[in-house]
Design a protein around this ligand. Structure first.
Ligand code: FAD
Length: 381
């Protein structure tokens, strides 16, 4: 990836804007939120996210005719990296802005564009993803939530699980079976469902970290307008896969800046506690540093998204790297790592505990291995 003079101007613009705006009421939000820490300052982060939107920093990659800025992939990378370098608060609008928005742009009707894209971009409506069910995770085609048309409305009944940020969301995109008796990937539809209604119950699930970022969501004859189906009824599998392809795509570069911060802070902790004198700890820290460089090079090389299995390689690389970093953090922290209480120990414990999830969400390691084996290596299923 080569950055032009114009890109470098864009970088300065992003950097200066963040510097000037992460001040006043927003100054205290630096570093807040993100995986494992979504409970931190949700209201402040929403206000920040709306402030970003008002200044035109949301929907960066969306085409201009849909209200976006239509910036190049290079400039999107620059934005994510600078955003992470500034330690700006984790955006609360990611599911809507990065998953549903692009899906609607590609597959939605003009009416859906008009109704849903502006509030996603302005961050006045938040979204969650209703795919997984107790009996349908890796095997997503086993979805059992059902929906049927009743006059001008879909009526939805079923049980979704692990729905991240459902408790903060206004809407959910739901994969539901709309053809009675259909099996597997056929007969599914991709429905847009409002969360604030009597037929929707949200029940938080407490994680290892002690916080609850995801939820069970029960639909009990919940309703949505007949027009709120993306793609044709029965074509939901294709649309759901399109969203997943986006999910496994870019936007990973900023995350790696965050990883680098964790690693350099951990090296600092190792110096402070004396753990850095242990040759095995030094060795693991050095290997982590190398691993991070490999991930960055691979991520840049994968950005064009030409070979789908490469996104799986990247997922395995970063999720294992991060999980290993959590284990290393515990070894560096030593006895303090297992004692709760201080902000410092809490940080590393949370990393250790939450990074267990990295090899599960967005497609588990085993599923990624299957994709690499079949599509990358051409092995039989
Ligand atoms: C932090 C977090 C946030 C999430 N957020 C959301 C969300 O917002 N919306 C949403 O819809 N879902 C969400 N999920 C759910 C996530 O997509 C699923 O957890 C994931 O797809 C795995 O499904 P499962 O949990 O049902 O596990 P299962 O599919 O039951 O898998 C259990 C184990 O069996 C292995 N396995 C399964 N099938 C195979 C196979 N064919 N070959 C080899 N091994 C296999 C898996 O790798 C895993 O180790 C989230 C999960 C986490 C952890």
């Amino acid at each position: 990836m080569r950055f032009t003079a114009q890109d470098e101007n864009f970088r300065s613009e992003v950097r200066e804007w963040l510097e000037a705006n992460l001040t006043g009421e927003f100054a205290g939000l630096r570093g807040a939120g993100g995986p494992g820490r979504e409970h931190e300052a949700p209201e402040g982060r929403l206000a920040w996210n709306q402030h970003l939107a008002a200044a035109g920093w949301t929907g960066l990659g969306w085409p201009a005719e849909h209200g976006g800025r239509g910036v190049t992939l290079e400039q999107q990378v620059i934005f994510y990296e600078e955003y992470a370098k500034a330690n700006a608060p984790a955006r609360i609008s990611i599911v809507g802005e990065e998953l549903l928005g692009p899906t609607l742009i590609a597959h939605g009707t003009p009416e859906q564009h008009q109704r849903f894209l502006p509030p996603i971009k302005a961050v006045t409506e938040l979204w969650c993803q209703g795919y997984s069910e107790p009996g349908a995770g890796s095997d997503l085609a086993a979805v059992a939530t059902r929906a049927a048309l009743d006059g001008r409305e879909w009526v939805i009944t079923g049980h979704k699980i692990w729905t991240s940020l459902a408790h903060l969301s206004d809407w959910c995109f739901v994969l539901a079976r709309t053809e009675a008796g259909s099996r597997r990937a056929t007969g599914l539809s991709y429905l847009l469902v409002p969360m604030d209604q009597p037929g929707v119950t949200i029940s938080p699930i407490k994680q290892l970290t002690g916080t609850a970022e995801f939820n069970e969501v029960f639909f009990d004859e919940a309703r949505t307008d007949a027009a709120n189906v993306v793609g044709a009824p029965g074509d939901g599998w294709r649309i759901a896969k399109a969203t997943l392809a986006i999910e496994r795509g870019a936007a990973m570069l900023g995350q790696q800046v965050g990883f680098r911060r964790e690693l350099t802070d951990l090296a600092e902790l190792a110096r402070k506690t004396g753990a850095a004198r242990d040759p095995l700890i030094r060795d693991r820290l050095a290997r982590a540093w190398i691993g991070l460089h490999v991930i960055r090079v691979y991520a840049l090389d994968t950005l064009d998204g030409t070979e789908e299995y490469r996104a799986s390689v990247l997922k395995v690389l970063w999720s294992r790297w991060h999980r290993d970093l959590g284990e290393l953090a515990m070894d560096v922290a030593g006895v303090n790592g297992v004692v709760p209480g201080t902000a410092e120990s809490d940080r590393w414990q949370r990393l250790f505990l939450f990074s267990r999830a990295d090899t599960i969400y967005g497609g588990s390691d085993e599923i990624q291995h299957d994709i690499i084996a079949t599509r990358g290596l051409g092995l039989p299923r």
